[in-house]
Design a protein around this ligand. Sequence first.
Ligand SMILES: C[S@@+](CC[C@H](N)C(=O)[O-])C[C@H]1O[C@@H](n2cnc3c(N)ncnc32)[C@H](O)[C@@H]1O
Length: 346
Amino acid sequence: MVTRTESATPTALYNVTWNFISEDVPICRSATYITIHNDLLPMSPYVDFSAHNGVKSEMLPSRNVDSVQALRSRSTNAVDFQFTNVSVAEAYNEFLVPRVFEPWAELLLDEVNLQRGETVLDVATGPGTVARLAAERVGVQGRVVGTDIAPLMLEVARAKPPLPNAAPIEYLESPAAPLAVPSGTFNTVLCQQGLQFFPERVGALREMRRVLKPNGRVAIAVWAELECNQIFATYCAAVRATAPQLTSLIMAPFSWPSARALKRVAEEAGFRQVQLLTRTLPIVFEEGIDQAIRSLTATPVTVGVAALAPDLQEAFFARVRRELGSLVRDGKVVGETTSNIIIANC
Ligand SMILES: C[S@@+](CC[C@H](N)C(=O)[O-])C[C@H]1O[C@@H](n2cnc3c(N)ncnc32)[C@H](O)[C@@H]1O
């Protein structure tokens, strides 16, 4: 259900409750978002929209529109990416963290070879995926800090139970640049699938370097091209065919130009001995196509799909099913993911 308020200006405020039309897949979530010149934006806690909950749907005064636009230029992709929406943050934690981001975090930590007692920063920690595994590896003598721009992601992280025999973890709300941590503090800085969303990429890498101790190191992972990430490629094919206006949203995590560009940007930020690795891991939706479709609620297209006319939604999910069909093995959906990783010294 979409409640919409319109006016002469090209701005509208929506409250959306959606039930996905997808055989046997009960998905019901709600969110509030606005459009400006047909550009879809989720409501953000960074902007004072307190007078506008979705039920009251009033027009936004133009000064708020300006602040939304200012916000977009500051942190475009965190907002586009819906990490300011609690339902998406929770779905991300439920569907994608255990199946995609934890296996990749283990691989990243193996590559950087964390030692017990180290002090670690996890930039764009999200629900604390890498931070928690790092805390176990560095042990009680170590220390871990996780930062993220999205308070709702940090809430999910903070709600997780403490880990036995692990370093304490402190979560801080902070953009990637400037980082709200003192210079020369950490042995290792980690950043898994965050860099592609930062508006100032070299600036963010310089910040990571600033907060490292002498001889400290950084480990950063960024997805390779979409074609190397099979399940996400099926979602993208369905979006392109049935809701092309959402293509840039679904593509954003895979928009990094190339592995070489990753190395170059690290060198530009002043890192030395930059090592570039390309790694592949399978991801598995063990309950099959319905589960893979439910995982779409953890992606930025979810609100846009909910706002489609019913026949388009039906076409979208039919197409996702068809695309995912090629990846079914013994009732599971299995697809390869590929990430580029750099490990470098400061
Ligand atoms: C794909 S998630 C990765 C989260 C986590 N690293 C993991 O492996 O699960 C991307 C994260 O980047 C965060 N993010 C996006 N833009 C950011 C920015 N400019 N500064 C800090 N965090 C940002 C989002 O809020 C989100 O939590």
